[in-house]
Design a protein around this ligand. Structure first.
Ligand SMILES: C[S@@+](CC[C@H](N)C(=O)[O-])C[C@H]1O[C@@H](n2cnc3c(N)ncnc32)[C@H](O)[C@@H]1O
Length: 385
C-alpha cells in the first residue's frame, strides 16, 4: 500500500464508526484560522494600520466567497486572521509511516492527519514551540504533532472524557519515555481533564504569563471518538443497546434520558428540528411525549424502536430508519453536551489564546458545527478589521 489518500482515511474512520458515517451528509472538513499579528496590534489606529485594515477588508470579502464556495483554495494575508478551507477530498496523501504509527493500532483513527500536520508544519509557518490539543482523544493527532515537532517546549492535551483522558496519558507517556523520543528534555507536558471551554483558565493555571503570550497551535477535532461510540454503555450508538446517556463528561448532570422524558414538548421538537435537521420532527416529538404515558424511554433500543415504528418504509429506503435514528441521536448528543454554544464560546476563547502567528485548526463533522466554525471565524476577522 503506497499511502492512503485522505478520502480513504475518512472511509476507514467511517467504517469503524457507523453512526458517524451515516450522519455524515458532508465530509469532515478542516478550517484553519491563523493570527498573523497580535489582536492588540490589529486594533491599533495608526495610519499604517488603517491602510492595512482597508487592504484586509478587501481580502476578507474574497475570503467570504472562498468559504461559501467551499473551495480548497488557500488564502494568505500578512495581517489579520486568515482562513483556509480544506476538504477531506484534497490532494493530500497520508504518510504511510504516520498512519502505521498513529492510526492502525489506535483505538481511534485520527482523521485528516496529513492535513493537520501540514497546517502546523514549520515550512508553512515557523517552529511550533507550544501546542494545545483541545480534544486529545486517543492522542492520535497529538502523537503525530509531537513526532513532527521535536522543537516543542509546551504541550497541553485536554479532553472532557476520563476514558479518553487516561488513554491519551498512557499514549503520551509512551512517547515521552520511548527509545525513539526526539522531544526536548525540557518539554513541559500537561493533560488536564477539562472541557475545552476552559482553555483560558487552563493556560493561566499552568503559567499566568502564558495567556498573554499565547500558544503557537491549537487543534479541535470535534465529535465523538470510536472509543465512545464502540461502548454501548455511553449511549452514543444507534446499533448497540445501552442507557440513554450521551454525556461526553460523565460528571455532567444532564443525560439524553432526562431530555426525552421530562423536557417540554416544544423543546423536544426544537432539538430534533434544529440539531438533527430531521424533517419528521413533529411526528417524532408527539411519539416521544406519548411514550411518557407508558413509563418513558430508558434505553437506546427503546428510542430506536420508537423511531423504527414511525419511519415509513419508503422514507430513505430500507435503511431509512437508521438515517433518522442517526439524526435523532445527533440532536440529543448536541443538546446533552450543549455542543454548539460550547463550540462558539470556545472558538472565541481559542482566538484569545493564540500567539501572534499562531494557528487554530478545527475538524468538523456535520453542517451545524461547520456553520458555527465558519461564522465565528468570519465574525472574529471582522472584529479584528
Ligand atoms: C474525535 S475525538 C478526538 C480524537 C483525537 N483527535 C485523536 O487523534 O485521537 C473527539 C474528542 O473530543 C472530546 N471532547 C468532545 N467535546 C469536548 C469538550 N467540550 N471539551 C474537551 N473535550 C471534548 C471527546 O471526549 C473525544 O475524546
Amino acid at each position: 500500500m503506497a499511502g492512503i489518500s485522505s478520502t480513504t482515511a475518512k472511509l476507514i474512520f467511517c467504517l469503524r464508526d457507523l453512526t458517524t458515517y451515516i450522519s455524515l451528509t458532508s465530509r469532515p472538513s478542516l478550517l484553519v484560522c491563523s493570527s498573523s499579528t497580535p489582536t492588540r496590534t490589529i486594533a491599533s489606529t495608526s495610519t499604517a494600520k488603517k491602510e492595512e485594515n482597508k487592504k484586509n477588508k478587501k481580502k476578507k470579502k474574497k475570503l467570504k466567497l472562498e468559504v461559501k464556495t467551499e473551495t480548497s483554495a488557500k488564502s494568505t494575508s500578512k495581517v489579520g486572521l486568515v482562513k483556509e478551507k480544506r476538504r477531506t477530498r484534497s490532494e493530500k496523501e497520508f504518510d504511510k509511516e504516520a498512519v502505521h504509527r498513529y492510526g492502525e493500532k489506535a483505538s481511534h483513527i485520527p482523521v485528516m492527519l496529513a492535513e493537520v500536520l501540514d497546517v502546523f508544519s514549520s515550512s508553512c509557518w515557523r517552529p511550533l514551540s507550544s501546542f494545545v490539543d483541545c480534544t486529545v482523544g486517543a492522542a492520535g493527532h497529538s502523537s503525530a504533532i509531537m513526532h513532527a515537532h521535536p522543537e516543542l517546549k509546551l504541550y497541553i492535551g485536554m479532553d472532557v472524557d476520563p476514558v479518553a483522558h487516561e488513554k491519551a496519558q498512557t499514549q503520551i507517556n509512551n512517547i515521552l519515555h520511548g527509545d525513539s523520543c526526539s522531544l526536548a528534555s525540557d518539554l513541559k507536558v500537561y493533560t488536564p481533564l477539562k472541557n475545552f471551554r476552559h482553555i483560558q483558565s487552563v493556560l493561566s493555571e499552568i503559567d499566568e504569563k502564558l495567556l498573554g503570550a499565547g500558544v503557537g497551535g491549537i487543534l479541535m477535532d470535534l465529535g465523538m471518538s470510536s472509543m465512545q461510540i464502540d461502548n454501548p454503555e455511553r449511549g452514543f450508538s444507534v446499533l448497540g443497546d445501552g442507557p440513554l446517556d450521551m454525556r461526553m463528561d460523565p460528571q455532567a448532570s444532564l443525560r439524553a434520558e432526562d431530555i426525552l422524558n421530562s423536557w417540554p414538548d416544544a423543546e423536544i421538537g426544537r432539538i430534533l428540528r434544529d440539531y438533527g435537521e430531521e424533517s419528521n420532527w413533529r411526528t417524532l416529538q408527539k411519539k416521544i411525549v406519548k411514550a411518557r404515558l407508558h413509563g418513558g424511554l430508558h434505553s437506546t433500543n427503546d428510542l430506536v424502536d420508537l423511531i423504527r415504528n414511525v419511519t415509513p418504509a419508503v422514507r430513505g429506503g430500507r435503511q431509512g430508519w437508521i438515517k433518522t435514528a442517526t439524526r435523532v441521536f445527533q440532536a440529543l448528543r448536541i443538546a446533552v453536551n450543549d455542543e454548539l454554544k460550547t463550540l462558539e464560546d470556545s472558538l472565541y476563547a481559542c482566538f484569545d489564546c493564540l500567539a501572534p502567528g499562531g494557528r487554530l485548526a478545527v475538524i468538523s463533522f456535520h453542517s451545524l458545527e461547520d456553520r458555527v466554525v465558519k461564522q465565528t471565524f468570519l465574525r472574529n476577522s471582522q472584529w479584528q478589521g
